[in-house]
Design a protein. Structure first.
Length: 273
């Protein structure tokens, strides 16, 4: 399957128009993380390198065709001294499949604090997902064969008071990545859509549902590398009316909170034909 470099490959067609590569996939629709990652790469290409991505807010509007490339139209909303804003629309066959706003920050000085990383079993003591995956889910490991993904067993998760659905996943890209910090940000945007909606299913394991990402927001808080271990601490505080709200905090091995994610996804009972 495609490497992350191939999945995030972007071709510039015009000053603010880009085309994302289509890559080999087993999925019936384009992986949402790939669309978000390519959209972010497109936005990055229009911003001065002195600015760093600090947030993105995206909406998945239509299923993408994984066999077709996606064209990204970038609008330069604002170029300020401290912040820049871009709006990106991903288009296939003349229809918008994804819309995203991305904000960039030059960086300032100010007070600092963060939550404490949860106590959790280290990834080296957990089996690779390719070992624990059920036979019917092995296709997922082929789809993302370049990612090392290790799920913390439910019985080893420290349950937070009042939290109804929790999931913890260690992950890293298996191969060394370029040193460019923006490439690691775009790589994490790609990865952040993976496994998150699954946190809403941990207390409904036997229910047959149709699942899809609806919207996705992400904040990048501190430097990190996507080819080093990151802990994705996930929860789903609510599900109802065919939708589930999920969220996650992403930590590095040193306990630094590097990113935060919120996503709402489709999780509905399949409609009768």
């Amino acid at each position: 399957m495609a490497t992350i470099e191939e999945a995030l490959a972007i071709e510039r067609l015009e000053r603010d128009i880009f085309r994302g590569a289509s890559t080999e996939s087993q999925l019936p629709r384009t992986f949402g993380g790939q669309v978000a990652g390519q959209a972010l790469v497109s936005a990055v290409r229009t911003v001065d390198p002195s600015f760093q991505v600090h947030s993105l807010h995206g909406y998945f509007l239509r299923p993408g065709n994984p066999e077709e490339p996606t064209v990204y139209l970038v609008e330069r909303i604002r170029d300020g001294r401290s912040f820049c804003t871009r709006r990106v629309t991903g288009v296939q066959d003349g229809q918008a499949i994804f819309m995203m706003s991305a904000s960039f920050h030059h960086g300032d000085e100010g007070p600092e604090h963060q939550d404490v990383m949860p106590e959790v079993e280290g990834p080296e003591n957990l089996p690779d997902a390719s070992v624990t995956m059920t036979p019917e889910r092995l296709w997922a490991m082929r789809e993302w064969e370049h990612w090392d993904i290790r799920t913390v067993p439910p019985e080893q998760i420290s349950q937070r008071d009042g939290a109804v659905a929790q999931q913890q996943v260690w992950f890293r890209y298996r191969h060394p990545l370029p040193n460019d910090p923006l490439f690691h940000v775009c790589t994490l945007a790609y990865m952040s859509d993976m496994t998150l909606l699954g946190s809403s299913k941990v207390i409904h394991p036997d229910e047959d549902t149709q699942n899809a990402s609806l919207d996705h927001a992400m904040w990048f808080l501190r430097p990190f590398r996507a080819d080093e271990w990151l802990l994705y601490d996930q929860s789903s505080p609510s599900a109802g009316y065919g939708r589930a709200l999920t969220g996650g905090k992403i930590w590095d091995r040193e306990g630094n909170l590097v990113a935060a994610v919120v996503q709402e996804g489709l999780i509905r009972t399949p409609r009768k034909k």
